[in-house]
Design a binder for this molecule. Sequence first.
Ligand code: T3D
Length: 262
Amino acid sequence: MHYANSETLVTTREDGVLTLCFNRPQSLNAFSVELLRALRQNLEVARADDHVRVVVLTGSGRAFSAGQDLAELGEAREFTIEEHMRQHYSPLILALADFPKPTLAAINGVAAGAGAGVALACDFKLMAEDARFLLAFAQMGLVLDSGTSYFLVRALGRTRALELALLGAPILANQAEALGLVNRVVSQGAMETQLSDWTRLLARGPSPSFSLIKAALRQAETHSLAEILELETAFQGKATASLDYRRALEAFLQKKPSPFAP
Ligand code: T3D
């Protein structure tokens, strides 16, 4: 399979970093079926592409994404909402949550509805100081979807998650950072520098170790301590058999810095 070549998703690959930029600025990068398909396909290809070590999601223009394309959804269609969600959003969110390499959302502007879900499914969230999350679901007479129930309640607990979901007030960047929904808030001008600091570090990091750490943390969300101890044991066995471990150990014994040190 090859990377999809779609105008709605600008795909670039440089120095181990795959950037997927939503490109429908006229509708604030609302997710059309074409964009959702291209996004899924390119994540699937990137999973197996050894040249890709980090994936960045971002939006062109003034938005990250305004969520589902409401105009497209409103048009005559031959599918139900349930089919649409099962076919597009659920596999996309799972593909992101289970992605074996680090993923970063560069939230350059508003992230609404499913746009918020996609951003929250990424590992790192970098937010512009004038960006915001909009849990626009209840305002539209909808329910939380695209994993937002899952991510919000785990990040914030039930009380705060309910307040934000039911009242639907925009979550401004500083509030999102204070709540722990995003890692860092920076000015628009500083987005690129912060992003490349992170991607450079992650791209030269120990990929197999990252993949195992991600898998263990994901399992830790739902498994018991005893199960996680067993999983960590198995994963440590794999990690210590890796070339990266041997390189880092050798550096340590020679009193040199780790090849992966920040
Ligand atoms: O199928 C399923 O799975 C259901 C799933 C649902 C999950 C969802 O994601 S539901 C959709 C959730 N998103 C929203 O409700 C956000 C809708 N958009 C807005 O509320 C506003 O656009 C914003 C607050 C995000 C920004 O407002 P503003 O004033 O800065 O911009 P604007 O003028 O409203 O939007 C600019 C253009 O983008 C405009 O088009 P126009 O008039 O210039 O031709 C607007 O219609 C278009 N646009 C914005 N959001 C969407 C959209 N077009 C289609 N779908 C959108 N979601």
